[in-house]
Design a protein around this ligand. Sequence first.
Ligand code: V47
Length: 372
Amino acid sequence: MDITFIDQKLYEIKEKISSGRRLGYEDGLALYNSPDLIGVGYLADRVRREQHGQAAYYVYNQHINYTNVCINRCRFCAFARDKAENGAYTYSLDEVRERLMARIDEPIRELHIVGGLNPALPFEYYLDLLGIVREIRPQATIKAFTAVEIDYLSQISGLSLEKTIATLKDAGLGMIPGGGAEVMNDRIWAELFPRKINSERWLEVMEHLHRAGLTANATMLYGHIETIEERVRHLIRLRELQDRTGGFSAFIPLAFHSRNTTLSHLPPTTGTDDLKNVAVARLMLDNFDHIKAYWVMIGEKLAQVALSFGADDLDGTIVEEKITHMAGASSPKGLTRERMEHLIRSAGFTPVERDSFYNPVRPDGEREAALG
Ligand code: V47
């Protein structure tokens, strides 16, 4: 028996997907505006299962936010501080070392390292930071510095973008996280983050990173002042770059948290919208392999449900998430591997622990024992 849609428009979209035709701008709007959440989820789940079957991925990772001092001061950000402000911090390289050593007994395979644009830090700091991580965690992938940071590093180093990227790569940079894109739109940029690079530059930096052989993720921050039209255009711009380079690995919809920001009057995102963003991304981003349900932002329970709405990845174990928690997230700051696997299994999927490039990692003794 096939599904009966409540929303008639979904039949046409289903037909397009079945015949391998690409969804367009109007389809994106129709999906977002559809009253048929289950219908949209069903379409996304079909595509997701064709690509990944029962597998649901996660990575054993550690976050390091090396500084919250930032000259950009985006209006949606609760993490950033001015240098003399209460709560401002910058890790010395010894502190970075200590944080890595504090978890040295754990099988961490990815270090996710991002921070503010802090004028007190010279380019050498970033190279030394990569050097320390490489020394202490030679097997792990260093996923570090958003396109925003990479652009900034090119400015402070005085090097061309190409040379900056090559230097960081030589120092150990292995992959690029997807932050900093927000919603690629001039109106939103002018209103919420005018000091940050704009969408053209974000895409340009990403293109250079891809051409230098660095895989990257992409994000969209939703649930603030953006319209549905602006979301769909954002997805299409990402898809166009991906057509040219193939350099993106995962897309991560990021649910806005407003506490301690200048937008604190805005309500939290709804469960329906969180699931729609996952499902629409799966359907519109037909050239992205992976869609992440970021449990930190939408909570463990909804992230589990999102696995049936198009997501194939729950990101990672993390432990010390700061950016969303400073903006009021109520999710835990980290998950154990056992908890992650329990969430995935009880959602009806098979947990696959992965490295940064979605290669399944050999289960260690502990996991083999857990699997029986
Ligand atoms: O760029 C900032 C967003 C991003 C808030 O690539 C906020 O694997 C919600 O990009 N409420 C950083 N979001 C996080 C990020 C990320 C996370 C997990 C995995 C990956 C990956 C990337 O968080 C920022 C910004 O878009 N953000 N403030 C806030 N108040």
